[in-house]
Design a protein around this ligand. Structure first.
Ligand code: V47
Length: 396
């Protein structure tokens, strides 16, 4: 596409960004279509450095997907199994969920990211018991669990308000919530992608309820399917409005569509330029959300590294066992070690900072030789020993 390079308009927009004025829908679309990608990236990088300097955050986490049985019929999803009797359908017992943590008791994990399908028969106690079982093993671990779509489903299924569901989960050990399920808010696109699932108002209302209870959350945007650029920017603006009201979002995570094994498999994947531009536009539109995260599993390690110069200041964590993207064709590894993450951040010219889920700094890179960085440097030895003895493993 041959686009004109309106440098005067870009200069006005730069002045607006530097004056910390909120950008509007037209500004966002302009940034998406301005031909000079590097200029857009540099402006986003300016904001990123004003907020965080060279710091680039990561954490040591792992994922549990307790079930893939799901009543929703999302056209982009390769993970869910609609038929509980299908051979690929699974639902973990509470013991199997505990087992995922027991396997990792000697690792310096600080967060478990838990997301499930919308299971039609499980009681609420399945979810509260899972949280309690994990906290009993490692009281210090942060449980980032259940998307707004799951909370909305629980609310309808168990006849409870969002606040009642969230309060029960919080009492059981829920510490924060991931940002999934937002997809694209525009009703036109949502009807094509995920008809019948929680809509934009409901997704936002769950996050509002969570923030009111002091539960911090993340937010996402699925892009590269049927949406227009206007719909992407509108999605960002709706997130920004809720953030202005509650301040409860920690990070915005753009999610690039992956097409394998789902009904949208004929769509071309988002290009590298689209990925980098979406991070940059996200950084510039969402001036009131502190962190922009590149989920390396989804974007690839190499693009995640480059994204650190396009507005991104966070690359998620070690992850360890990922299903949603790998079932949709992601070719990234299943895990990166703490040292791998430090190396890739360092080589991008940034300072690696290991954070906890709420962005408290646990370790800051001072440049020691990679071979001297202990895998478990961030976990106090005593809590490692306590954890191992709690499940009957020898204390090492
Ligand atoms: O809600 C599903 C998306 C989300 C596909 O909060 C897809 O820290 C692309 O939300 N292609 C789940 N996207 C992942 C998620 C997430 C990931 C990492 C960190 C955090 C966080 C949240 O993935 C889903 C959906 O929007 N998704 N299938 C697909 N084929």
């Amino acid at each position: 596409m041959n686009r004109t390079k309106d440098t005067a308009r870009f200069a006005q927009l730069t002045a607006k960004v530097r004056a910390e004025e909120a950008l509007d829908l037209d500004d966002g679309v302009f940034l998406y279509t301005y031909p000079d990608l590097l200029a857009v990236g540099a402006l986003a990088n300016e904001r990123r450095e004003a907020l965080h300097g060279d710091k680039t955050f990561f954490n040591v986490n792992f994922h549990i997907n307790p079930t893939n049985v799901c009543v929703a019929d999302c056209k982009f999803c390769s993970f869910a199994r609609l038929e509980p009797d299908s051979p690929a359908a699974y639902t973990m017992s509470i013991d199997e969920i505990r087992g995922k943590l027991i396997e990792r008791m000697d690792q310096p994990v600080t967060e478990i990211h838990i997301v499930s399908g919308l299971h039609h028969t499980l009681p609420l106690s399945y979810y509260t018991d899972s949280l309690r079982a994990l906290k009993a093993l490692r009281p210090d671990i942060h449980l980032k669990a259940y998307t707004a779509v799951e909370i909305h489903y629980f609310s309808e299924k168990y006849g409870m308000s969002y606040t009642e569901v969230l309060t029960e989960l919080k009492d059981a050990g829920l510490d924060s919530m991931p940002g999934g399920g937002a997809e694209i808010f525009a009703p036109r696109a949502r009807r094509k992608l995920c008809r019948g699932k929680a809509d934009a108002e409901q997704w936002l209302e769950v996050h509002r309820a969570a923030h009111t209870l002091g539960i911090r959350t993340n937010c996402t945007m699925l892009y590269g399917t049927v949406e227009t650029l206007e719909e992407r920017v509108d999605h960002m603006l709706q997130l920004r409005d809720l953030q202005a009201e509650t301040g409860g979002f920690q990070a915005f995570i753009p999610l690039a569509f992956h097409a394998e094994n789902n009904s949208l498999h004929k769509l071309p994947p988002p290009t590298g330029v689209d990925n980098l531009r979406t991070y940059a536009v996200g950084r510039l539109m969402l001036h009131n959300i502190a962190h922009i995260k590149a989920y390396w599993i989804m974007i690839g390690v190499k693009t995640a590294q480059v994204a650190l110069s396009f507005g991104v200041d966070d690359i998620d964590g070690t992850v360890q066992e990922e299903k949603i993207y790998h079932m949709a064709g992601a070719e990234t590894p299943q895990t990166l070690t703490r040292v791998d993450l430090i190396r890739l951040i360092r080589e991008a010219g940034r300072t690696a900072v290991e954070r906890d889920t709420l962005y408290k700094e646990r370790w800051v890179d001072t440049g020691e030789a990679l071979s001297d960085i202990r895998i478990d440097a961030s976990l106090p030895f005593s809590s490692r020993s306590d954890s191992r003895s709690r499940v009957g493993l020898p204390v090492i």
